[in-house]
Every structure is written in C-alpha cells, then in structure tokens.
Design a protein around this ligand. Structure first.
Ligand code: ADP
Ligand code: MG
Length: 706
C-alpha cells in the first residue's frame, strides 16, 4: 500500500496489518481499538487543541468525548501549573520525542468538576500528512496501592507540617490544642478526634479538645483514670492501641454512647513528655478496621509534635513564673532594705526620745513613745515577712530547743489545720539544742505539715518526732547531697509523718525540684519542699523522704547539734546592757547618715568612744592612721558603691587581729549571698535593732575575742 516508487515513507497508519482477515476494513479496526483502549488517549495538534479523544479519556476527565474535542489540553491541567504547561508543550513541539509510560512522570490532571486526579502521561509524536500531532496516553494511577500510599503519606506530612508551623507560631496552648483534632479529622478523614490530658494528680483525664465529640463528651469533661476506660486502658498499656471493632472489644469497657453514635473502630496513642505519659490522642471511625500502620505512624508523629509544644509552653510558663517570683523577690527585698533603715532611725530616735530626762517622768509622753515603738516593731515584722517571701533572709543560726519549738508549732497547727487531723508529738527527752535559724526551721516544718494536710483530705494523724543520731543517713551521700557539708557529727532528726496518700517513686524523686507540684494551679507552687531543702542544706543538715502510695509519708530533717563550744546561747536574752566594758573604742561604719546618728547615740549611751566613717575606705584610712587602737569594728554590709562591709571586716581582721568585728545588715537583695560571704563565726546584727540588741551583740563579739 505504498503511494509511489521505491521509497515508501514510513507512515504507521498506513502499514498493513499482517494477518488481518480480508473483508475487515483496516480503518474500522483502528477506530475500535481507539475506542476500546483502557488508557485515555488524546490526539493533540501543534497548538494544543484536542483532535481526538477516546471514551476512557472522557471518563477520566469527566467530560463527554464531544466536549473534549476542540478543547485545549491546557484546560486539563490544574490552574497552578497551567502557565508553565503551555511553554512545556511548545518546547515539546520543537523537539518531539517519544516518552513512554513508566518514567515516573506522575502528574496531576484537572477534571471538569475541578477535582484533581493523579496520572501518568506518555507522549508520542505523530507525523501524519506532514502535520505534527502528539498522542497523549493518560493513565489514572491514583488507584495504584503504591501511589495511594505515597499520596496519603504526602497528605499526612502536609498536615503534620501544618501543626508544626502552628506550634512554632503560636504561644497559646489552647490554640494548638484546638487545632489538633481538626487536623487529625481532616487528614485521616474520620469522624472523631479527641485530645485527653491527664491531671497532675493522674487520677483523672480531661477532654482538652475534640472534633465530633459524642453526646456527654465535651471539652473539660472529666473521666476517672481507670484501666477499664478507653483512655485509662491506653495509659495502662503505655503504647498505641488499635481497636478494630468496638463491638467485639474485650480489653476495656466500651461506652454505650460510642456504639450509639455508630462508631466502630478506633486508634489511640499516648502523649508523653520525656517518657512520662501526660495524656493521649484518640480517633474513632464509623468504619470497622479503619486504622492501619500509616494512620498509626501519622498519629504518633502528631502526638510527639503536640507533646513537644505542650512541653515548650509549660517550660516557658514556669520560666515566666520563676522570673516573676524573682523580680517580685528583688522588689520586696529592696523595699524591705529601705524600710529597715527607716525603722532603725524611727526606733532609735524613739528610744532616745523616751530616755530624755525631760520626758522620763512624763507618763503621757511615755505612752505616746511606747505606742509609736510598738507600731515600728510591727513594721519590722512586716518587712521580715516580705523578706521571707523573697527568700532573702540571712540565716541566723542559733541554739534551738526542738522540743519547745515543736510544741508551739503543734499548738498553732491544732488551731489552724483541719479538725480531723490529729497532731501527736513524741520528742526525745533532754534532746540537746540544734544549731539552726529558728524562724526558718519553723517555716520549714510548717511547709511540711501543710503538705501532710493536703495529702490527708479526709483527715488523719500528723506525728512529729525527734531523735538523736550520730551521722546523716547513707542515702544522703548521694550525688544529690552537698558533699562539702560535713556529714559527720551528731544530729537531731525531726520527722514529720502523715498517713495520707503518699508519693510514688517519680513524685518522690522530683519533690524537691523547684516548681514541681502535683497540685492543681493555685493550690501548689512546688516551692515548699525546695525551700526546705535549701534551708536544711544551708544549715549543714539533710532531708529525706520516706513514702509509698497509700502508706503515708515521713519527711525527716537532720539538723546539727549545737556544738558545746558554740557561743550563741539562749540565756543571752536576759543579759543586761552593762556588760560592755566602758570606754570601748568603736569604729562605726555606716553610709546612711540618719542610721549612723542613731547608732552613734546608742553607742554613746553604752559608754563607748566612737569614731565614724561613711565608707569602708574612710574607715580603713582612719584605722591605719593608728591614732586609736580600736576594740571593735561595727559596720554595715552594704556601704553604697564602695567596699562592702564584709571586705572591710576581712581587711580589718588581717591588719588588726585584736579587733572584734560586728556586721549589721538590712538584709537587702544585695545580701543574697551574705550567709556565704560572712564567715560562720562572725556576728551579724539584723536591722532594725534596739539598743539592748546592739549591746548584746557587742557583748557576744567581745566575749568571742577574749
Ligand atoms: P506544693 O505543696 O506546692 O505542691 P511542695 O514542694 O511542698 O510543693 O511539694 C511538692 C510535691 O510533693 C507535692 O505537690 C506533692 O505531690 C508531693 N508531696 C509533698 N509532701 C507530700 C506528702 N506529705 N504526701 C504526699 N505527697 C507529698
Ligand atoms: Mg507544699
């Protein structure tokens, strides 16, 4: 069937079909083939217009054959690709070459209704009658399992990325929580998605957010954490749980409401924060056996992303909280410092006023002075509380009679704690005094007692006990303990036992961590035991917790016994002023002129010879001048911008070893480290103080010198 001569051009359409039975027209065979072909076939001209389309193409693209013919192929590509598509097509027209199937040319085609379909396209240039045509064979590959899976993965990662972006962009946990179930239901195309969070006490789950929640299940709803509930079961497993069919589920009780809502299968994964389960994500579907490996992987990735952002938000909150406390602490510390200076001036002047000969006999004047003195003392108590909050106190260890302290504490607790809590005391008779700051010790014990009360909501027994022991228990020689502390010597152990809920290992382990609390917001700060821990360590003691869930808790504080050689004695209270040797030569260093005047007056009435200085440098110069051999250096610690009182004291000790040193402080925020700065055997006088307190302190340091 050649047209002419010996060189027939190769025109595929005109090749004879070997073995075609005679009588069957070649053209009709090709037409039938074109119509019956399972792939979509389009014949497209140079300008991209469709010349021929087979029914498969019409079915795939959602048009009729007639509609397709005459359309430009560019219409069949998604809008986003269309501009590029025309130039691809033109480039192909300039250098056409066959491009078969299987070359992973996976593309997206756009149907008439706008939906998209994943296709593979083969192109064959066709030279017929000298006209350039292209045959496009298009295959719907969206139905291939491999492709389906890849598509699904792509969609899942897109959704994961969406949550990732959200988690990075927003600092609001509620927003993240709200979006998670929406993302899950969209990605997995399921009816229900729920985020459950476990309460701090781990006794209850709470619905944090959800989509498609069934009747009776709403955000904020609480559910007891029991292994026979769906979330409780997942928690007890600690790993993902697939429920192929609720109707045959045996491992936990399926709420009737799930079945009533027509839900059939489910998938749940735990939400964990550094190995600790804090909640879970669950999805439910009306289809049976809806969830496979892909869904599981998706949900797991989502869960770890969510846990990370939960953790981040919480860390930031804790940090903010800590910073807030820190700045409030600094503020109150600063205020208290200034107040103490004012109070020193007020109290001192009142005292001087009260002793003026003109007023000494005036009963009415005395009454007024006394009232003002009482008020200023209350002011001093108030600043003390401010400092207790800011934890900026300088510890003033002294002899503490634990027996007396526990009895007075118990009296107070009996009046203030729940009536259903019985308080018992069992103190070792004749237990020698310990060396500790009594105010701090009392507040430490109070903290422990309040924890015990919280652990006994229905009442119980709170038992205080003291006993002597020779050394700190072995457990304290762990990396947690301060190895610099002398662990030997004799101690008094004060134990506080309750028969409340007790703690599990994890809580016990973290109980001393600042901000660790299992109590709900507003009830616990997590700072109780951490401050107790700090106090006890600073006091060269130790603390241990003995506790088991359901078996109560015993917290035991170890405090060092007051060494026999240690000077501070309780009887100091009664020592009269006049034990100060007359003519004591004092170098008084104080930067606040008003305070300096008051102290000067005190010292004068105590019979001292006084030289004053406003700075450490001035004081050193005066002492070096050698005119006077000073007996005592009495210095404030914070001396404005210059040398601090602690430095001055150290210098003085070195240059004039016979000189006694007494430091005063309004324990400002600068004194945060005073307990470290000031050697243990240095006397420290807290502002504000009365003349007799000053006198007693001077007696103590002078006695120490002798
Ligand atoms: P807070 O009391 O503010 O929670 P704490 O530092 O005082 O902070 O205690 C930390 C945690 O230790 C508590 O939240 C609680 O879980 C646990 N805990 C402390 N004391 C007890 C106790 N007596 N019984 C049970 N748990 C306790
Ligand atoms: Mg507490």
């Amino acid at each position: 069937m050649t047209d002419s001569g010996n060189t027939p051009p190769l025109r595929p359409g005109r090749l004879p079909i070997p073995g075609l039975p005679s009588g069957i027209e070649e053209g009709s065979v090709f037409r039938s083939l074109f119509i019956a072909y399972p792939d979509s076939l389009l014949l497209v001209d140079q300008s991209g217009h469709i010349m021929l389309a087979n029914p498969s193409a019409a079915a795939l693209m959602g048009y009729t054959v007639d509609e397709l013919v005459g359309l430009n192929v560019d219409v069949l590509v998604p809008d986003s690709i269309r501009p590029r598509h025309a130039s691809y097509r033109e480039a192909y027209g300039r250098a056409p070459r066959p491009r078969p199937m299987g070359t992973h040319m996976e593309l997206v085609a756009k149907r008439k209704d706008g939906s998209e379909v994943m296709v593979e396209i083969a192109l064959s240039p066709l030279q017929d009658h000298g006209l350039p045509f292209v045959v496009a064979a298009i295959r719907d590959i969206g139905a291939y399992p491999r492709v389906k899976q890849a598509l699904q993965r792509a969609r899942y990662s897109e959704h994961l990325a969406q949550l990732g972006r959200l988690a990075v962009d927003t600092r609001d946990l509620q927003v993240v929580l709200k979006h998670v179930p929406e993302i899950i239901t969209t990605a997995l195309q399921v009816e229900v998605a729920v985020v459950w969070l476990l309460d701090n006490n781990r006794l209850e789950f709470r619905v944090a957010s959800g989509v498609g929640l069934i009747a009776g299940e709403e955000v904020g709803m609480r559910l007891a954490n029991r292994p026979d509930t769906p979330p409780g079961f997942v928690l007890s497993q600690g790993r993902p749980v697939v429920v192929p069919d609720y109707r045959t589920e045996q491992r936990f009780a399926v709420p009737q409401a799930y079945l009533d809502a027509g839900l059939t299968s489910a998938l749940a994964v735990p939400l964990s924060d550094r190995g600790r389960v804090i909640g879970m994500l669950s999805v439910r579907s009306k289809e049976a056996k809806r969830f496979g490996d892909e869904e599981l992987r998706f949900l797991e990735s989502l869960s770890s992303l969510l846990a990370t952002s939960l953790q981040r938000v919480q860390t930031e909150e804790a940090l903010n909280h800590a910073q807030r406390l820190e700045s409030v602490g600094q503020l109150t510390g600063g205020i208290a410092h200034d107040f103490n200076n004012l109070l020193t001036v007020i109290q001192g002047n009142l005292q001087v006023l009260g002793e003026l000969p003109a007023l000494a006999q005036d009963a009415y004047a005395q009454q007024l002075v006394n009232a003002a003195t009482r008020a200023s003392r209350r002011g001093a108590e108030l600043t003390g509380k401010l400092l207790a909050f800011s934890r900026r106190q300088v510890l003033q260890p002294m002899a503490v009679d634990t027996h007396a302290l526990l009895h007075s504490l118990a009296d107070m607790l009996r009046r203030t704690l729940d009536q259903r809590i019985g308080i018992e005391i069992d103190t070792a008779p004749g237990c020698p005094p310990v060396l500790a700051d009594p105010g701090q010790l009392e507040s430490a014990l109070l903290n422990i007692a309040i924890n015990a009360r919280d652990a006994m909501p229905e009442g119980g027994i709170l038992r205080f006990r003291t006993e002597m022991c020779d050394a700190l228990p072995a457990v304290l020689h762990s990396p947690h303990s301060d190895l610099q502390n002398p662990a030997h010597g004799r101690f008094v152990a004060i134990s506080v036992a309750d028969n409340g809920t007790g703690m599990d290992e994890e809580v016990k382990e973290r109980a001393f961590e600042p901000f660790f609390t299992t109590k709900e917001a507003g009830r616990g700060t997590g700072l109780g035991l951490s401050t107790v821990y700090g106090f006890v360590k600073q006091s060269r003691g130790g603390i241990v917790i003995d506790s088991k869930p359901g078996q109560g808790t015993t917290v035991r504080l170890y405090l060092p016994l007051l060494e026999a050689a240690d000077p501070p004695g309780v009887e100091d209270e009664e020592r009269p002023d006049e034990t100060i040797a007359p003519g004591l030569r004092v170098m008084l260093v104080e930067d606040d002129a008003e305070v300096r005047n008051v102290v000067h007056t005190f010292l004068t009435t105590l019979g001292c010879e006084i030289t004053t200085a406003a700075t450490g440098e001035q004081a050193l110069m005066a002492m070096d001048a050698g005119g006077v051999a000073f007996d005592l250096l009495l210095s404030d610690i914070a001396l404005g911008p210059g040398m601090r009182g602690t430095r001055l004291g150290a210098e003085a000790r070195q240059r004039f070893p016979q000189m006694a040193v007494l430091l005063m402080s309004g324990f400002s925020s600068e004194l945060l480290d005073a307990d470290r700065e000031v050697p243990q055997d240095w006397e420290l006088l807290r502002k504000p103080y009365t003349r007799s307190e000053l006198a007693r302190a001077i007696c103590r340091v002078m006695a120490g010198r002798a």
